[in-house]
Write a protein that binds this ligand. Structure first.
Ligand code: CMC
Length: 428
């Protein structure tokens, strides 16, 4: 029997259906709230209690630390799948057959170039520009060189837009880096895998060959899988929101990149390593920084800790921590900030401030240490997150359009001045 929620306002009762998801999550369906109550709305800053959509892509249980893409456990995907397989799974709902995956990769490779004029746009950026800003701008600029709108009722059109962005985005990401370090803009090699090719586009020097390091390729593949989707987070909600106005896929993703940049979201991976470096330079006194994080007068937060949804270990952080040990070991890198990170984690997990608030390490806590061991510079950490999140953004945008969701347009409760008369400037 379906459940009902009853709301009473000024003695009058209203009933709303309770909808239940496939994992038994319950939500009060308030679609009829304003119409039935004569204009009463809800207020929920940060959408802490608001489900913005129904989605069949990613399941996340923050209390139990569960993350699944299309029903597959993240732990299993990280171990057994590769990034393009996961991208296909997220976007189209099922793991691809060998033929489907080969075709997907071939179609992506056919799009792995950008118009030469894009180089002129990159020329206009100063070297000091943050690569996230460059990436967001270039992704938006792609619209000028490609069909700007997608006919979402045509499967073919939709597919073409998807492989186009999956082909071009790694080029733009690598070029944002190459511009920053003064390397000539170059293409990769279509004979390589998606991740391997990306690394080549990043690191190949004009004067020499690029040699693939399997440890680095495998580690990056795993990191990208772990970042590939995370249901209705800030950047994904942004992509869905922008796309809900029927803006195209590329600009919706460009907006998602901007949202991801912030230090409370994807920018945290850069903020973590800067914090760990700062602690190291300050003598490595983790206790001092634990105290700062707990001091409400001090703006310092323990970056890479806490999560809106996880009130338990972030399952991605567990995998990344293990991977950090393995990758640094395999590459023979001894990074003292890994010990500082482990020390901070140990202290936090025993500290009542963090325990009471259920603050655990999140995906960003250890990822930067691995990126750095691979030779990826700090300001590229968040672009790496974007590269990983791209399939998730695409999948969520596609789902939103296929479900014909209405334009995103929240309400507010106005708390400003009531009607008043205009005063001429001399009387103010
Ligand atoms: N260090 C110290 N205190 C914290 C931290 C932290 N990292 N995170 C939360 N708190 C405290 C916060 O001060 C608050 O305390 P009180 O109840 O006494 O006011 C309580 O814990 C709840 O925090 P909140 O800010 O209300 O929680 P939120 O759900 O709004 O924010 C968050 C979640 C991720 C923005 C926050 O935990 C944070 O700022 N963490 C550091 C930044 C970070 O690592 N971000 C990456 C998130 S995961 C990947 C991603 O989204 O991209």
């Amino acid at each position: 029997m379906s459940k009902i929620a009853t709301l009473e306002i000024d003695g009058k009762k209203y009933e709303f259906p309770i909808t239940t998801g496939t994992e038994n999550e319950s939500a009060i369906d308030i679609k009829a709230l304003r119409a039935s109550t004569g204009g009463v709305t809800t207020i929920d800053p940060g959408y802490k209690n608001t489900g913005s959509c129904e989605s069949a892509i990613t399941f996340l249980n923050g209390e139990e630390g569960i993350l699944r893409y299309r029903g597959y456990a993240i732990e299993e995907l990280a171990e057994k799948a590769d990034f393009l397989e996961v991208a296909y799974l997220l976007i189209f709902g099922e793991l691809p057959t060998k033929e489907q995956l080969d075709k997907f990769h071939t179609d992506i490779k056919a799009q792995s170039h950008v118009d030469e004029d894009v180089k002129k746009i990159i020329d206009g950026f100063p070297k000091s520009a943050h690569p996230m800003g460059v990436l967001s701008s270039l992704t938006s600029a792609l619209v000028a060189f490609n069909p700007s709108s997608v006919n979402v009722d045509s499967e073919e059109d939709m597919y073409n837009a998807i492989v186009r962005i999956l082909g071009k985005f790694p080029v733009l990401t690598a070029w944002a880096y190459r511009k920053r370090v003064g390397l000539p803009l170059d293409y990769g090699d279509d004979n390589l895998g998606y991740v391997e090719n990306f690394l080549k586009m990043m690191f190949k020097k004009p004067s020499g060959d690029y040699t693939t390091n399997k440890v680095v390729v495998d580690a990056l593949d795993k990191l990208l899988i772990l970042h590939a989707d995370h249901e209705q987070n800030c950047s994904t909600s942004t992509v869905r929101m922008v796309g809900s106005s029927h803006a195209g896929l590329f600009v919706s993703i460009s907006a998602g990149i901007a949202a991801l940049w912030g230090p409370l979201h994807g920018g945290a991976n850069q903020a973590v390593i800067e914090m760990l470096e700062g602690i190291k330079e300050d003598g490595g006194d983790t206790k001092k920084y634990m105290a700062k994080a707990k001091d409400k007068q001090d703006p310092f937060r323990l970056m890479g800790f806490g999560h809106r949804v996880y009130k338990n270990f972030d399952p991605r952080a567990k995998i990344i921590k293990k991977s950090a040990d393995e990758v640094l070991g395999d590459l023979g890198v001894d990074d003292p900030v890994l010990d500082i990170a482990k020390g901070l984690e140990k202290e936090a997990l025993e500290d009542s401030y963090f325990v009471d608030r259920k603050l655990y390490p999140n995906v960003d806590f250890y990822s930067g240490i691995i990126y750095r061991a691979m030779g990826i510079p700090v300001e590229m950490f968040t672009p790496m997150f974007a590269l990983g999140r791209l399939p998730g953004w695409i999948a969520q945008w596609r789902e939103m359009r296929l479900r014909k969701e209405p334009i995103g347009r929240p309400r507010q409760v106005y708390i400003g001045e009531n009607l008043r008369s205009f005063k001429k400037i001399d009387n103010r």
